[in-house]
Design a protein. Structure first.
Length: 143
């Protein structure tokens, strides 16, 4: 299938993150979800509890689940049906963290205002590191 230059192919998505937001009133359910995710979706990578908030661009406590594109069609509907009061941010990983969190996202439940300045700072550090790595690789290749 030929893609118009105005559109990007879904093949540029390397994976997804689901950020499950919780507080004191629903942390127990977040734990139940976590255990069931591990049981039903063993290839998904479940991150640590992030009780300290805000953290990065995330305004409330959360944990992250990383998963592959082939799991999306089964995992995201399951989250939608079983989240109860847990709000969930789902975003692709295309290599542009700012755009993925701000423009390419979807919400299950209520949306939250992310901390955009933190996202910009993170992306700036990543781009700087990539440029430094590319320059170092070029120097090494020239030697």
């Amino acid at each position: 299938m030929k893609i118009s230059p105005d559109f990007r192919p879904a093949s540029m998505i390397r994976g997804y993150h689901a950020h499950l937001y919780y507080d004191g009133s629903n942390k127990q359910w977040a734990g139940h979800l976590r255990r069931e995710i591990a049981r039903l979706f063993p290839t998904a990578e479940i991150g640590r509890w992030r009780d300290k908030a805000p953290q990065g661009p995330h305004p409330v406590s959360h944990y992250q689940v990383a998963f592959t594109p082939d799991l999306f069609a089964e995992f995201v509907p399951w989250l939608s049906l079983n989240r109860k009061t847990i709000d969930i941010l789902v975003h692709p990983n295309t290599g542009d963290g700012y755009e993925d969190h701000v423009q390419n996202r979807l919400w299950l439940g209520n949306s939250r205002d992310l901390m955009y300045d933190a996202l910009r700072a993170i992306e700036s550090r990543i781009k700087k590191r990539r440029a430094e790595e590319a320059a170092a690789a070029a120097v090494q290749a020239a030697e």
